[in-house]
Design a binder for this molecule. Structure first.
Ligand SMILES: [Zn+2]
Length: 265
C-alpha cells in the first residue's frame, strides 16, 4: 500500500477557514465581495499563511487583535492572489501603529535610523522597509479597506513595495536602465515591463497637476510610481485602463488578475 506523506504546508492548506474570517472579510474589506468563492477561500488561506509565519506587532500602545491582523493580511494577499507559492517571501515583520507614526529616514538601505539632519520629523502613514519590515498606521489601513474604489489603499501601497522588492520589479532610483536584469519570472517580458513602467512614469511626471487616476505622489520615483499604480489598478481599474492601457495590461500580466472584471466602471 502506498503511503502518502502530507507536508505541513499541505496540512495547513487542508484545514478549513474559520467561518468568522469570512464575516470579518465581508464587514471590513468590501472589495472582497467581488471575488468568487474559490478566490475568497484562496485569499484567506494565503492570509492565514502570512499571519502564522510572520511576526506581527502592535506598536505605540496599539492592541493589534486577530481581526485587525486579518484585515491587513487579506488586503495584502489580494496582490498575490493570482501567483502560486508563498506570499511575500522576503517579508518578516509587520509593525502596526495606532495612527501616523514618526518616519525614520534612511541613511543606509539596510539600516534605518532616525534623521539627524535637524529637520522636523513628519508623520507618515506607512512604510515598507527594504529589510523585510512593513510599518503601517492602523487607522489608514482600516480606512483604505473601507472604500474600495477611491484609489487610496495604504496596505496595497506598502505591500506593493514588498512585492517589488521580492521580485526585483523596479530598477534602483539612480538607474536609467529600462531592462531589468534580475527581474523574477513573475514578469513575463522584462524588457516590455521596464519600458512601460518608465514611459508611464515619465508621462505622469509630464502631466504635472493635470487630472489623472494616478496620485501625484507617484512622481516621487519609480518605486513610488509602481506602488501608486498598484493602488489605482486594484481600486480604479477601469479608469486606469482608459488612461494608460499599456500599463494596465502589464499589471494584469504581472498580478495574473484583472480587477476591472470585478469592479464596475
Ligand atoms: Zn511608497
Amino acid at each position: 500500500m502506498r503511503r502518502i506523506v502530507i507536508g505541513e504546508a499541505e496540512r495547513q492548506d487542508a484545514v478549513a477557514i474559520d467561518p468568522h474570517w469570512f464575516s470579518v472579510l465581508d464587514r471590513s474589506v468590501p472589495w472582497a465581495s467581488g471575488l468568487t468563492s474559490p478566490e475568497r477561500a484562496r485569499l484567506l488561506k494565503a492570509a492565514r499563511e502570512l499571519l502564522n509565519t510572520r511576526h506581527w506587532e502592535g506598536c505605540g500602545g496599539l492592541t493589534l487583535d486577530a481581526d485587525m491582523r486579518l484585515v491587513i493580511a487579506a488586503q495584502a494577499c489580494l496582490l498575490t492572489l493570482g501567483i502560486p507559492g508563498e506570499p511575500f517571501p522576503g517579508l518578516r515583520e509587520i509593525l502596526v501603529y495606532p495612527a501616523g507614526f514618526l518616519a525614520r529616514r534612511v541613511r543606509d538601505r539596510r539600516k534605518w535610523t532616525v534623521s539627524s539632519t535637524g529637520e522636523q520629523p513628519t508623520p507618515e502613514l506607512g512604510e515598507a522597509w527594504t529589510n523585510g519590515v512593513i510599518v503601517l498606521g492602523w487607522e489608514a489601513a482600516r480606512e483604505g479597506a473601507s472604500d474600495p474604489q477611491d484609489g487610496q489603499n495604504l496596505v496595497l501601497h506598502e505591500f506593493a513595495h514588498q512585492f517589488a522588492y521580492d521580485h526585483h520589479l523596479v530598477p534602483a532610483p539612480v538607474s536609467q536602465a529600462i531592462v531589468l536584469e534580475d527581474v523574477s519570472p513573475v514578469v513575463r517580458d522584462a524588457e516590455a515591463w521596464g519600458r512601460v513602467l518608465r514611459e508611464s512614469y515619465d508621462r505622469l511626471c509630464a502631466k504635472g497637476v493635470a487630472a489623472t487616476v494616478l496620485d501625484k505622489y507617484g512622481t516621487t520615483d519609480l518605486a513610488e510610481f509602481f506602488a501608486v499604480a498598484t493602488e489605482a489598478f486594484f481600486e480604479r481599474p477601469a479608469e486606469l485602463r482608459r488612461e494608460d492601457g499599456e500599463l494596465f495590461a502589464q499589471l494584469v500580466s504581472l498580478y495574473r488578475q484583472d480587477p476591472s472584471t470585478r469592479i464596475a466602471a
